[in-house]
Design a protein around this ligand. Structure first.
Ligand code: PGA
Length: 223
């Protein structure tokens, strides 16, 4: 049975109080039924401001989750106002999302900058979840996990077809040699299984549906 990566990308959402409630509800529901979570790497990616409290909640509630950052500075520590660097992220997270289409579009992140971000992640032993938009998107060296996220599927309620996602995942694996390809874009608890049934899809990157802890848990269980 393949191991699945199930990633919650909260994007720019949630206050500390809302995050606390999310962990609390997740833990309550998991306590009543913890079936179908084995062989799944559950990763939550909150805003930086939430990290400290999110870790506290997760430890306290003994949740089987790991943390990821949604971004990383392309620079090491130093005079880079507003940036959060790899050494800082390493204190809280094991993973980092790099190359999300929202960052490419809204923050003009270039392929060159993304390469720098991957280098920084590697320097601090953070595993990049590298996002690509189509089968031809460039992928830097030494990536272990790719997330295929067609922009038309993100936040639209209009996911790619599982057959096309499988086709792209297979092509990308052959082209890059990367072992794990995830799918992202309008994943819900109702459609998740149609993607994870595909032989070359090794998990999901979930945005909107991950903001509700019970829906996210249902995605994990149905995956
Ligand atoms: P969505 O976002 O699940 O809300 O479509 C996915 C993503 O952007 O990672």
């Amino acid at each position: 049975m393949k191991k699945l990566f199930i990633i919650a990308n909260w994007k720019s959402n949630k206050t500390i109080e809302e995050a606390e409630q999310w962990f609390h509800d997740f833990a309550e529901k998991l306590k009543s039924d913890s079936s179908n979570i084995e062989n799944k790497e559950i990763i939550v990616c909150p805003s930086f401001i939430l990290f400290e409290h999110a870790r506290y909640c997760s430890n306290n509630l003994k949740l089987p989750i790991r943390f990821g950052a949604q971004n990383i500075s392309p620079f090491d520590k130093g005079a880079y106002t507003g940036e959060v660097n790899g050494e800082q992220i390493k204190e809280f997270a094991q993973y980092v999302i790099i190359g999300h289409s929202e960052r490419r579009k809204n923050f003009s992140e270039t392929n060159e900058m993304l390469k720098q971000k991957v280098l920084m992640a590697k320097k601090y032993n953070l595993m990049p979840i590298f996002c690509i938009q189509n089968q031809d998107s460039p992928v830097p060296q030494e990536i272990d996990v790719i997330a295929y996220e067609p922009p038309t599927a993100i936040g639209t309620g209009n996911p790619d077809t599982p057959e096309n996602a499988q086709r792209v995942a297979k092509i990308v694996k052959e082209r890059t040699g990367v072992a794990n390809v995830l799918y992202g874009g309008s994943v819900t608890s109702s459609n998740v299984k149609t993607f994870t049934n595909m032989p070359d899809i090794d998990g999901l990157l979930v945005g909107g549906a991950s903001l509700d802890s019970l829906e996210f848990l249902a995605i994990i269980k149905n995956a």
